[in-house]
Design a protein around this ligand. Structure first.
Ligand SMILES: Cc1ncc(COP(=O)(O)O)c(C=O)c1O
Length: 347
């Protein structure tokens, strides 16, 4: 890998607080499979964070597992989940939602990355309800921060949540980058979940800094028993659970998640300002930690040829594919400067 990585927040190192938390729980025996005090404490803290006293929490090690399991308790095998045509659950999870639901399908909302009220209404009308001859509309899935680095405002989430409620659909929030979305809007996870009326929220820990932990938060206990069986059957009930819990506990301690997310977003803002100052268009409009830039084929090739910066472009160094740049908690201003210098040289 080249020295300056803007490839993904998955490429980031782990902050010391997380490693210290792992060391803190690394003493003696503790009950396994989530029956330890660390896990109980994390559940209590997430209940408080979301303001859901009855909430149940399941910790898993990947965002794909978190999403697929979440959807599996919302959608029966004969149902369909409405989601953006760019949704990670559709484009990047190898049909895990279809697999975990036992055969449900996804209905794509056709408005690019961001679901608009009009496009959601059109998708609902298009799917209709043909009784047993078609899939049963079962859930809405919304991602914030979106796959293209956009951030839904609370008002936008409210509008989508209201349509889902009208249609009788429970809502799943893919929050792999929920900390960054909350930091961008300066709002709490609770405010975001309430605006959307979410039934199940994935509170992402990995992209904001943890080694590997995502929390699936069920608003109330109603689906918890089913979820417990599904987690185990899916192979996601970790035996030495305290280590996953410790990572989440560290993120929640003194709102570390917020601090890390703000850092990532701040570097994203510097990067955007610098790129725009060089006259290169940034495609996505909102401010989190992920940018998509449009380069000409020559610029794209010149930038890659330097071998200094690493970013995601689906292996196609030309103008048909936007470059994706992601900052994380550890990105420094010097690294941002380094990217801007390389870009300037390529222009
Ligand atoms: C929006 C979103 N959801 C879910 C995931 C899935 O995470 P994982 O790669 O840990 O399965 C990702 C990962 O990139 C993502 O960007």
């Amino acid at each position: 890998m080249s020295q300056l990585s803007f490839a993904s927040d998955n490429c980031a190192p782990v902050p010391p607080q997380i490693l210290e938390a792992l060391a803190r729980v690394n003493h003696g025996a503790m009950p396994s499979y989530g029956n330890d005090r660390e896990t109980a404490a994390v559940e209590a803290r997430l209940r408080a964070l979301f303001g859901w006293p009855e909430a149940r929490v399941f910790l898993v090690a990947s965002g794909t597992a978190a999403n697929a399991l979440a959807l599996s308790v919302l959608c029966p095998p004969y149902g369909t989940v409405f989601c953006s045509e760019k949704a990670h659950v559709h484009e990047d999870e190898c049909n895990a939602p279809e697999f975990y639901t036992g055969g449900a399908r996804l209905t794509l909302v056709r408005s690019g990355d961001v679901i608009t009220p009009e496009s959601l209404r059109a998708a609902l009308a298009g799917e209709g309800n043909r009784g047993v001859h078609g899939p049963k509309p079962a859930a809405l899935s919304v991602t914030n921060v979106t796959e293209m680095g956009n951030v839904y405002t609370l008002a936008e989430l409210e509008a989508l949540g209201a349509i889902a409620r009208e249609a009788g659909l429970p809502v799943h929030l893919d929050g792999a980058r929920l900390p960054m979305a909350c930091a961008a809007l300066d709002c709490s996870p609770r405010a975001m979940a309430e605006a959307l009326g979410a039934e199940v929220v994935v509170f992402g820990g990995t992209k904001v800094g943890a080694m590997e932990v995502e929390a699936v938060v069920l608003r109330d206990g109603a689906r918890a028993e089913e979820m417990a069986y599904r987690v185990k059957r899916g192979g996601h009930l970790h035996s030495k659970h305290r280590y996953m819990a410790a990572q989440m506990a560290a993120l929640l301690e003194d709102d570390l998640w917020q601090d890390l997310a703000r850092r990532a977003n701040a570097r994203g803002a510097s990067l955007r300002a610098g790129i725009e100052a060089l006259g290169v268009p940034v495609i996505n409009q909102t401010q989190a930690n992920m940018l998509f830039i449009r380069l000409t084929t020559r610029q794209h090739q010149a930038l890659k040829a330097q071998g200094v910066v690493h970013f995601f472009d689906e292996g196609a160094p030309d103008e048909t594919v936007p470059g994706r740049l992601v900052c994380d908690w550890s990105t420094t201003e010097a690294q941002v400067e380094g990217f801007l210098e390389a870009l300037k040289a390529a222009l």
